[in-house]
Design a protein around this ligand. Structure first.
Ligand SMILES: [Zn+2]
Length: 85
């Protein structure tokens, strides 16, 4: 019985990996088509590091400048340009 459960889990994990790969590819295709011309938005990533993302495609673009970080932390200002400066 335990063996079957293990096999079920493995099959499911395989399926999840397959889906993740597929979705990751689709995500990349959408982001590759984006010109990242609109405003960027500052957010913490999964590792609690502040990053600038594109508002249109949510791609990680760059690290915020010190000034932008201060502005975000002190004033809650999340809008920044997509490129530095
Ligand atoms: Zn974009």
């Amino acid at each position: 019985m335990e063996h079957n459960n293990k096999l079920d889990s493995l099959n499911r994990l395989y399926e999840i990996d397959h889906q993740l790969k597929k979705l990751g590819k689709e995500k990349k295709e959408i982001q590759d088509k984006c010109f990242h011309k609109v405003d960027g938005i500052i957010k913490f990533d999964e590792s609690n590091i502040l990053k600038v993302y594109c508002c249109d495609c949510y791609k990680e673009l760059r690290y915020p400048t010190k000034e932008e970080q201060d502005n975000f932390l002190n004033n809650g200002n999340t809008r920044v340009p997509t490129a530095n400066g």
